[in-house]
Design a protein around this ligand. Structure first.
Ligand code: UGA
Length: 485
């Protein structure tokens, strides 16, 4: 099938590459000429597993092409995906002007029948507005159908989420749109894609074929906002439970196991921490709250979810304060800047907010993130120091704080960390480490929703190394991490 994807951001790029991977002819369109030039040079603007391979092999087969011309895209495609950004405006409403601009440009070139697919995250009833704009710009009503096909991709695992989805939602009010989209996703719903020898390897959690759900367009739009809001609610809920655990000395990990084992609740998205961030949850919750308000309904639960999320960051800063007494003048190693592990995205990252708060209190913060350093530099500038690795960040620091759940952090040499730090204090906002590990390493360990670990005074002194010994160990750890896999 011939498809156009308008918008080469995170959603458009992943969707375009994956649709080409399913055997379709995809033209990816963007008016950002710099981004187009970058893609043409084979450079991938986002850090996403499997994406570089998919883009390069599908370009090689001629199934994925790039263009800056919407006219060309519309003329040569039967299905046009709108995947442009919908950033939040100051009042929390999503800015839909880019969606409108694409719809009017598409309308000017519609000839034979086209299906317009709403892939950007938009409030309910946006499909009607797109239809109106199309008609106002000269597209006859019988020449198109608007279908909602929300995406449920997570950054870091976006390609796997696209190719091995829990569900594909197609919100179509007409037969033609629904059947074209069913045909488009057929390699996933029939399982033929998974049988291909060069298919992306099937993750262990995925069994069988993808499930496709056909709904009305408005239900599909609501599914997207309701899904993200529900997931954010799970996170805020477990964060509130974690805080109760801290107050009574219980272990939130045990509590999570207990409640998550109930299949009606499920154990996923019950990891407590410093709150959710990213370009989706914060924006979508505000937008969904506005949708409710516009319907004359008060959705107070969403207010609580947002409030608890903000509180969680403040609470972490307070935890740092209580571990260090005075933050002013202290050197703090901050590990993690991305809004979650596996991505270089720092949008709405709680880690960045916490680093800024610590700087505001007069701390000298040294940061490290495996992927997000470059992006963080643009916002943190010279307010912090940048380390080449976690050990360098910790050298002489009064404490190490963990702000992003990178796998790499869980594998740190804790004995070396302890020797490197000036004071053996670790405050873990993501529960990356086990309490047992920390006790064995002789570190004071503060985490989220779990009892604090305070090793005995005797074990404090014997692990202190000389400056030379510390440097030697940092170097040998660096050499180890540079070894080829
Ligand atoms: C989220 C949804 O998970 C996707 O289904 C959706 O398609 C996407 O938004 C979107 O609307 O485009 P994403 O923002 O990539 O995906 O990240 P998540 O993995 O959902 O994590 C969001 C935030 O919640 C992160 O800051 C993460 O650290 C935090 N989180 C997640 C927790 O604090 N605890 C958890 O148990 C899970």
């Amino acid at each position: 099938m011939k498809l156009a994807v308008v918008g080469s951001g995170y959603v458009g790029l992943v969707a375009g590459a994956c649709l080409a991977e399913l055997g379709h002819d995809v033209l990816l369109v963007d008016n950002d000429s710099e981004k187009m030039a970058m893609l043409l040079r084979g450079e991938i603007p986002i850090h996403e597993q499997y994406l570089p391979e998919l883009i390069s092999r599908n370009r090689l087969h001629g199934r994925l092409r790039f263009s800056d011309s919407i006219a060309k895209a519309v003329q040569c495609s039967s299905v046009i995906f709108i995947a442009v950004g919908t950033p939040a405006l100051v009042n929390g409403a999503p800015d839909l002007s880019y969606v409108e601009a694409v719809a009017s440009a598409v309308a000017e070139h519609v000839g034979d029948f086209k299906v317009i697919v709403e892939k950007s995250t938009v409030p309910v009833l946006t499909h009607k507005e797109i239809g109106k704009v199309m008609m106002l710009n000269g597209a006859p009503p019988e020449s198109f159908e608007v279908v909602s096909n929300p995406e449920f991709l997570r950054e870091g695992t976006a390609v796997l989420d696209f190719l091995f989805p829990d569900r594909i939602v197609v919100g179509a009010d007409g037969e033609r749109g629904a059947s074209l989209l069913k045909e488009l996703y057929e390699p996933l719903t029939s399982g033929t894609y998974y049988a291909q020898p060069d298919a992306v390897p099937r993750p262990s959690y995925f069994s069988g074929k993808a499930r496709l759900l056909v709904t009305s367009a408005k239900s599909a739009e609501l599914i997207k906002h309701a899904s993200n809001s529900f997931l954010a609610m799970k996170i805020s809920f477990i964060n509130a439970v974690a805080n109760i655990c801290e107050a009574v000395g219980a272990d939130v990990q045990e509590v999570c196991q207990g409640i998550g084992s109930d299949s009606r609740i499920g154990e996923r998205f019950l990891r407590p921490g410093i709150g959710y961030g990213g370009s989706c949850f914060p924006k979508d919750l505000l937008a969904f709250r506005l949708v409710a308000e516009e319907c004359g309904l008060e959705f107070g639960l969403l207010n609580e979810v947002i409030k608890l999320n903000e509180y969680q960051r403040d609470r972490f800063v307070r935890k740092v304060r209580s571990a260090l007494w005075n933050v002013k003048g202290k050197k703090i190693a901050a590990l993690g800047l991305a809004f979650k592990g596996g991505t270089d995205d720092i949008r709405e990252s709680p880690a960045i907010a916490i680093v800024k708060a610590l700087c505001n209190e007069g701390a000298e913060v040294v940061v490290f993130d495996p992927e997000a350093m470059e992006r963080a530099r643009c916002v943190l500038q010279d307010r912090v120091k940048y380390a080449a690795n976690p050990y360098e960040a910790c050298a002489g620091a009064h404490a190490m704080v963990v702000l992003t759940d990178w796998h790499e952090f869980a594998e740190l040499d804790l004995a070396l960390i302890r020797r490197t730090l000036r004071h053996p204090i670790v405050i873990d906002g993501r529960n990356v480490f086990s309490r047992e590990q920390m006790l064995a390493a002789g570190l004071h360990y503060y985490s989220v929703g779990r009892p604090t670990v305070l090793p005995s005074a005797a074990s404090q002194t014997d692990a202190q190394g000389t400056a030379q010994e510390i440097l030697r160990q940092i170097r040998s750890a660096e050499q180890l991490s540079n070894l080829p896999a």
